[in-house]
Ligand binder design. Sequence first.
Ligand SMILES: [Zn+2]
Length: 338
Amino acid sequence: MQNQTYGTVLPSMMAYDRINAGLRIVLEQFRRGGANHAYLLTGAMGLGKRTFAKVLASTLFCMSEDKPCGVCEACRRVMSGNEPDVLEIYPEAGKQIPVDKVREVIRTVSQHAFGTGYRVVLIEPVEKMNAAGQNALLKSLEEPLSNVVFLLMTHELSATLGTIASRCVRIKMSPWPDELVQTALLAKGYAEDAVQRTVPLCGGNIGTALSLLEEDNNDEEIRSFVEASLSLSSDAAAVAVSTRLKDAKDKSDKLLAAVERAIHQTLLVKTGMLEESALEPLPAVWRQKSGSISLQSLNTMLEAIFCARRMRNAQVNWQSTVDQLMIKLLEEQTIWQQ
Ligand SMILES: [Zn+2]
């Protein structure tokens, strides 16, 4: 699910207003062409600093009236890291940002731009620059170049050199309201059940929410259950999967949610709401067949899962509920195998 445009990260640009009014004010500055030459985005890891920095940058390159639109070629290039006038510096895992890298980027932005005239430098996190790196950067902040905008990010303001912080306009990222996290996760294709479980645990931190949901994805038992449920080809296989779900007891919720999410993601890919790459973590058999499966079949399967959950909540016999569910999944999967 890389290369997301923010249309799928946030329901709309105005959502930033609900995170905090300061974000909208800065966004307006960029829209009006009145961007400052340096900003420092602060806030805990996972609050969406880098995404917001890219939203700001895309405002400078967007080709639409209502900037940033998030869908035009320029916006997509910035968001996916393919805009040559937007230079991004991140450290390798566990390492510092090398000073040579900082110098090289500063040299590049002082030359001509490729496109509209703007050049943007993203550095995250600034505290990963050693003293030499920070000094090289300081010089550029003291003598601003026209049409060059620095978007610096820090997870920990106290670890950032005061001389750098004092030369930047500060932008504070706040925790998101719960309903905004929820909308963003649903838009990304996570199952409603899993989202409901995760939102109260993440304290408005979208990054934390995504890693909690990914943990579910990396769980071997969950993964093999999804694989089995989406590669049903016989009654015997359906019975075996059904037994696994009955025996899972406490985990049955998570197992069902994972299957639901996989089907929902397939639906989103088929309707063009998600990139094809969203299917990569799904079982190979399912991916191969997903091209020929109908939207109606996908919807029938989602409905069957929804129905099973409702039956369980209504205390209907779990064993027969699960059996019926697997028969339904088998039916839909064998229709399109014929
Ligand atoms: Zn655009």
